[in-house]
Design a protein around this ligand. Structure first.
Ligand SMILES: NC(=O)c1ccc[n+]([C@@H]2O[C@H](COP(=O)([O-])OP(=O)(O)OC[C@H]3O[C@@H](n4cnc5c(N)ncnc54)[C@H](O)[C@@H]3O)[C@@H](O)[C@H]2O)c1
Length: 398
């Protein structure tokens, strides 16, 4: 089969972030190369040029394509001939750097895959949206949980009306790695996450509640109306929230509850989504991602498994699976599913064809702006004793 037709070649990736000891940069590298459609070709792997150079061999990136900062990478790559230049830039750096790197990359004409949250605040996200709308680049945001086949199955079942009208969305994202530790401990704690200047106005709510909020939106398609939120900081001395609960009213009457914690002892990466409809309800957990539980009125409970070729999967879910049933797929596979959809659009753009920018399979800049509004309004609500704040974008920005 041809590779990225009609380009018939691998795409070339430039990575920003992913230095020694970092978390998500290496995941981007693996996920992008997962299906052999791309090669990690260039990078700035650290804010420290020496550490960037040191990291390059482990990614197989040549010294000549390893840069000391993102400006140098964009400048040098933009000057390379078409058949050498990177096709896209992936951004896996702390939140406060996303805006300037993404903006510069888009303005230089590069497609961008940016990690979440899209920027440090809503004003930056709106500014980046304008820059992207004035360009012709592909822009994706790695809310990677949307890449799981059984999440896509849930979405397609809801789109097909199998749950009926949506009544309720319950989502929780529970971790424990910031429990029992303070900012001064160092160790595994990623210090920028609890520094408002680098993380943004929210801690846990910016870091992981945005994933949960976006997942509910992606699966149900329900548009938010307003939010009432209570944020807490349980670890003494911490400057940002490490726990919170939000109640969300959706525009057509559904109600949502979202709890996020990074201080629940022993909990790992427990992202869970439940949706109630008038005909059925469903439940999915990230820690057993190959299963989707569906409970229909008057019928026994059904557990759908990721089982391509059996006729039980919806089309996008089936197309998002690689292995036969019973061979567990997980985090990398789902992350790579996002990249695959992005590569389809990058290929369309490179071959001069039109591509969709708003209703994409992968989360995009519009989801990024929504996510920043969600963070801003949750913080504002919590500061005013959980007062209701608009989450309907048009109303909130009046
Ligand atoms: N999608 C996900 O599931 C997921 C998971 C974790 C983190 N994230 C997001 O990814 C981003 C990075 O998180 P992380 O956990 O990997 O952080 P990290 O602290 O583990 O790693 C950040 C890396 O970026 C490098 N860096 C910092 N500034 C840089 C710059 N200006 N130029 C080049 N490199 C630079 C650092 O040296 C480090 O190697 C954050 O925005 C975070 O919210 C997303």
């Amino acid at each position: 089969m041809a590779l990225n037709p009609p380009l018939n070649r691998k795409l070339r990736m430039g990575l920003v972030g992913g230095g020694p000891g970092s978390f998500i940069g290496p995941v981007h590298g693996i996920a992008a190369e997962f299906d052999h459609r791309c090669t990690l070709t260039a990078g700035v792997f650290s804010s420290d040029p020496e550490r960037s150079k040191k990291a390059a061999p482990s990614y197989g990136v040549d010294e000549s394509r390893t840069y000391g900062n993102y400006e140098a990478m964009l400048d040098a790559e933009a000057r390379l001939p078409d058949d050498e230049r990177v096709d896209f830039i992936s951004i896996a750096t702390p939140n406060h750097t996303h805006y300037e790197i993404a903006k510069a990359a888009v303005e230089a004409g590069f497609n961008v895959v940016c990690d979440k949250p899209i920027t440090l605040d809503l004003a930056q996200a709106e500014s980046l949206l304008k820059t992207i709308e004035n360009s012709d680049v592909v822009f994706a945001l790695t809310h990677n949980y949307t890449g799981y086949p059984m999440i896509r199955q849930a979405r397609e079942m809801i789109q097909a009306g199998e749950l009926g009208k949506i009544n309720a969305i319950r989502c929780q994202y529970i971790q424990g790695w910031l429990a029992g530790t303070s900012e001064d401990d160092g160790g595994q704690l990623s210090a920028w996450r609890t520094d408002p200047a680098k993380s943004g106005a929210a801690g846990t709510f910016g870091d992981i509640a945005t994933h949960a909020f976006q997942l509910g939106r992606y699966v149900t398609g329900e548009l938010p109306e307003s939010v009432s939120c209570h944020l807490k900081t349980f670890v003494p001395g911490r400057r940002l929230d490490d726990y919170g609960t939000a109640v969300i009213r959706y525009q057509d009457g559904a109600i949502g509850v979202l709890t996020a914690s990074q201080v629940t002892h022993g909990r790992e990466n427990d992202l869970e989504l439940e949706v109630d409809g008038t005909l059925a309800s469903l439940k999915w957990r990230q820690e057993s991602p190959n299963e989707l539980v569906v409970r229909r009125a008057g019928q026994p409970h059904q557990i759908y498994t990721r089982s391509p070729g059996t006729g039980t999967m919806t089309p996008l879910a089936e197309a998002s699976s690689r292995l036969p049933a019973g061979h567990p797929e997980g985090f990398y596979d789902a992350f790579a599913n996002l990249y695959n959809a992005v590569f389809d659009d990058i290929t369309l753009r490179a071959s001069g064809a039109a591509f969709e920018r708003r209703d994409t399979v992968y989360p995009n800049v519009y989801d990024g702006v929504e996510g920043m509004l969600f963070i801003q309004q949750c913080v504002a609500s919590s500061e005013q004793d959980a007062a209701w704040m608009p989450l309907n974008y048009a109303e909130a920005r009046q």
